[in-house]
Write a protein that binds this ligand. Structure first.
Ligand SMILES: NC(=O)c1ccc[n+]([C@@H]2O[C@H](COP(=O)([O-])OP(=O)(O)OC[C@H]3O[C@@H](n4cnc5c(N)ncnc54)[C@H](O)[C@@H]3O)[C@@H](O)[C@H]2O)c1
Length: 390
């Protein structure tokens, strides 16, 4: 039986990956420094919304799957995955040290016979740099692969088994081993060179970020002109095949799309104008929404304004990098009394209480719990889930 260790195994990418391998009867050790996460998972609780994850966890836990904070757990694995965060800094440049730090931390417990697989979204050139770092330490070439994750958060379990897996490595031996490994869970593997795979992953995310920016730019253009965006959107997408995948407007945020567009911008030496423009449009939408509310109810000073939805996207409990918090700041600066609500926030007031108290509402996240709300107070909904008599 192949033994797998996953560093960052309690995270949004690491846990679904571990569960996918465990469900195929491989032996999986999840390693994570977050004690709260480790406690929850070791009790059979998935600490975030991930469809279909808990039944697999409960079936495999303490049989062929375990979670620990102990770094030594990597030592007897055949394959070691690295799936920790890869943020950008205050200048929107990749924090290379966050990646090298984790490798250096675990290096004393690793050995050249193990297949090391980088799974995080990394800056182009990182695979080569890490190969060099490890080779220098070991005086021997590592078996190093980079196989990026492309799942959509919340549906990871389903998508791991249905999406093609991009596979790259610094040696043919590592590439063949990685292909064999992923063939156990993915329907298909696609071989690339490391830099191609690094760029493929970043371009995937940035392309999506630009799609949202296009929708947001048109939303702002049309609404500023005094017309209803969705009247035009519905007309142009109706039975028109080339608009079948036209994204709807909405707050485009979360832990990946923005920072990966910035990683790409940094890679292209700040000449990625389209990515930068997308960032300006997407980051500008919260300001536009506040202005739309002001146009409806006037000065916001001392008015009770509710933001419905604090997660970065619908039907997940993850508020990392959510633009709802930017909305909150903008409203507070206008001296409004802001009430935040999210169905996944256990401390939030009941939805009815929030709606009854509010004098105006901005929809932050179109969670399913909000779909059937009927509102008699002014609201702003760029997602188009509520009908409004205009
Ligand atoms: N979230 C997504 O949907 C998604 C999809 C594709 C790719 N990615 C990429 O995957 C990577 C991870 O993202 P995520 O959303 O899973 O992040 P996450 O924060 O949910 O998970 C990272 C985990 O690593 C743990 N960790 C940090 N340092 C550690 C260490 N030294 N040893 C052991 N564990 C450690 C953290 O405690 C955390 O649980 C990022 O590069 C991200 O861009 C994310």
């Amino acid at each position: 039986m192949k033994r797998i260790a996953i560093i960052g195994g309690g995270g949004h990418v690491g846990l679904p990956l571990g569960l996918a391998f465990a469900s195929k009867a491989l032996d999986v050790a999840l390693i994570d420094i977050n004690e709260d996460t480790v406690n929850k998972i070791s009790q059979g609780i998935v600490p975030f919304v991930e469809e279909g994850a808990e039944p697999i966890l409960q079936a495999c836990l303490n049989k062929n799957m375990r979670i620990t904070t102990n770094m030594h757990a990597v030592a007897d694995a055949d394959v070691v995955f690295f799936v920790t965060g890869t943020p950008v800094d205050e200048h929107h440049c990749p924090k290379i040290s966050e990646v090298t730090k984790v490798i250096e931390l675990y290096l004393p417990y690793l050995n050249p016979k193990q297949l090391l697989v980088l799974r995080s979204t990394i800056y182009p050139g990182m695979v080569e740099l890490l190969h060099h770092t490890i080779e220098k330490a070991w005086k021997q070439s590592p078996l190093l692969a980079f196989c990026p994750e492309r799942i959509v958060q919340g549906k990871g379990i389903e998508e791991i088994f249905t999406l093609p897996q991009l596979v790259s490595a610094t040696t043919k031996a590592a590439e063949d081993q990685a292909v064999a490994l992923f063939s156990m869970i993915a329907p298909k593997t696609i071989r690339l060179q490391p830099k191609e795979a690094e760029l493929a992953k970043l371009i995937t995310n940035s392309w999506r970020y630009i799609q949202f920016a296009i929708a947001n730019q048109f939303y702002m253009m049309v609404e500023e002109f005094g017309l209803d965006f969705y009247t035009i959107f519905n007309a142009l997408t109706d039975d028109y095949p080339r608009a079948a995948h036209y994204a709807k407007p909405g707050l485009a945020a979360g832990p990946c799309l923005f920072k990966d567009t910035m990683q790409l911008s940094s890679f292209y030496e700040n000449q990625y104008f389209l990515g930068q423009a997308a960032m300006l449009v997407n980051e500008g939408l919260p300001v536009f929404l506040v202005k739309q509310l002001e146009a409806k109810i006037g000065d916001l000073k001392d008015k009770k304004i509710a933001i419905l939805g604090m997660a970065f996207k619908a039907n997940v409990d993850d508020s990392r990098e959510s633009l709802s918090f930017k909305l909150k700041k903008l409203l507070e600066f206008r001296m409004a009394e802001v009430i935040c609500h999210d169905p996944y926030d256990k401390d939030a007031e009941p939805l009815e209480t929030v709606v009854d108290a509010a004098e105006g509402i901005i929809l932050g996240t179109p969670h399913k719990e909000y779909l059937n709300l009927s509102l008699s107070i002014p609201f702003v909904d760029c997602w188009g889930i509520w009908k409004e008599s205009r």
